[in-house]
Write a protein that binds this ligand. Structure first.
Ligand code: SAM
Length: 225
């Protein structure tokens, strides 16, 4: 049986640590590709680039050409909200498609250009001073490439090896134009939650979610099974 507690128990919020380090080989491969100048989540002792910030969240990242970020996993959302600021940023983060912040900041973000889904858990290096065998992280990990220009095509999505970052397969080439949703995911999600709780009147749903009645009608037809 899958131990789900292992999946959610990571980062400082879950009795874990935010100090796990990027595997050196993973960083080397990525910096060979992107030429990072800044490590956006680091201390003086664990920075992987010449430049880092003592409190990265309190400074602007605009003007940075190429940044790397393996954020504290308990603060991934805060770091991701600034991902579009540098010209290019590459994040190594837990894949959490069940959360609103991952959907908004990764999957439905116009500045997300690539998602590389890792096969097998990444072998993060234990925090400095912690004697522990390096084993694979129990949580799924993605490498996400952001640019400060809005995407005009779909997100390129691939599957890669978590050790060598070798591309194992292509999910979406990223060369066809995407069709962004007109409405915010939270507006659409609100309809299904209200519906589940018994609000079925279209006029009422439209008023509560600020979505036009004709659209609510179409959504409700799908809910009405
Ligand atoms: C997952 S570790 C990554 C360490 C290293 N840079 C690497 O990639 O191997 C995240 C680091 O971000 C640091 N950190 C936490 N809050 C931060 C902040 N506001 N600004 C910059 N770094 C922060 C943590 O102390 C921790 O060392």
């Amino acid at each position: 049986m899958i131990d789900l507690s292992r999946y959610i128990r990571h980062g400082a919020n879950h009795n874990g640590s935010d100090e796990w380090r990027t595997p050196p080989k993973v960083f080397k491969i990525l910096t060979n590709e992107f030429n990072f100048t800044h490590d956006l989540a680091a201390t003086k002792t664990n920075t992987l680039c010449d430049n880092y910030f003592v409190d990265s969240l309190s400074v602007s990242w605009k003007g940075i050409q190429a940044a790397f970020c393996n954020p504290p996993f308990s603060m991934a959302e805060e770091f991701l909200q600034k991902a579009h600021e540098p010209d290019l940023t590459v994040f190594v983060i837990p894949a959490r498609p069940q959360t609103k912040y991952f959907i908004k900041n990764v999957m439905l973000n116009d500045y997300t250009h690539e998602i590389r889904w890792c096969h097998r858990g990444m072998r993060f290096v234990p925090p400095a001073g912690v004697q522990r065998k390096i084993s694979r992280a129990p949580l799924p990990v993605v490498v996400v490439v952001y640019r400060n220009t809005q995407r005009t095509h779909e997100i390129r999505q691939t599957v890669i090896c978590s050790d060598t970052l070798l591309q194992l397969g292509v999910i979406a080439k990223g060369n066809t134009r995407g069709r962004p949703s007109l409405y915010d995911m939270e507006q659409i999600d609100a309809i299904s939650r209200l519906w589940e709780k018994g609000t079925t009147n279209i006029r009422e749903l439209a008023a509560l979610t600020s979505i036009p009645r004709s659209t609510v009608h179409r959504i409700v037809q799908k809910l009405n099974v």
